[in-house]
Design a protein around this ligand. Structure first.
Ligand code: AMP
Ligand code: ZN
Length: 135
């Protein structure tokens, strides 16, 4: 897509620190890493987000995400990995070309990913009913 930053990086029109590519996927270092080796895994095809992604692209993405996770563990000594994927501005998506963040976690690393929330309102039975009823 013409105005997409990540399409431009894939095409080499904007510089990026490429780590890996294959037929369907492309990986480069996040320019503002949360930890050493923070990568972004994306499809070469421009797809906005997970809601619009086709099965073949999703399969290729998750397989590359696994490959890069293993690489990061072996080469950088990461003891843990977070895989993060944001959809829509509300959820923190800033670039509208689907990507998985591969975020290495190191012993004694300073990164904290919080899941603190004040939300306490869920009626689990009611939510389960809504999500499982047919139609
Ligand atoms: P998201 O907020 O999930 O859309 O993530 C977008 C990510 O792209 C952020 O973590 C940015 O640091 C990263 N980013 C933005 N511009 C570039 C760039 N030119 N090269 C590499 N990563 C970038
Ligand atoms: Zn794009």
């Amino acid at each position: 897509m013409e105005n997409c930053l990540f399409c431009k990086i894939i095409k080499g029109e904007v510089p990026g620190h490429k780590i890996y590519e294959d037929e369907n996927t492309f990986v480069f270092l996040d320019i503002n890493p949360w930890s050493r080796g923070h990568c972004l895994v994306l499809p070469k095809k421009h797809i906005r987000n997970i809601l619009e992604a086709d099965a073949e692209s999703l399969m290729a993405l998750i397989l590359t995400a696994q490959k890069i996770s293993v690489l990061i563990k072996n080469k950088l000594g990461a003891e843990g990995i977070n895989v993060l994927q944001n959809n829509s501005r509300l959820a923190g998506q800033m670039v509208d070309h689907i990507h998985f963040h591969i975020i290495p976690r190191y012993k004694n690393g300073s990164l904290q990913i919080s899941h603190k929330t004040d939300y306490k309102g869920d009626d689990l039975e009611e939510t389960q009913k809504l999500l499982t009823e047919i139609g």
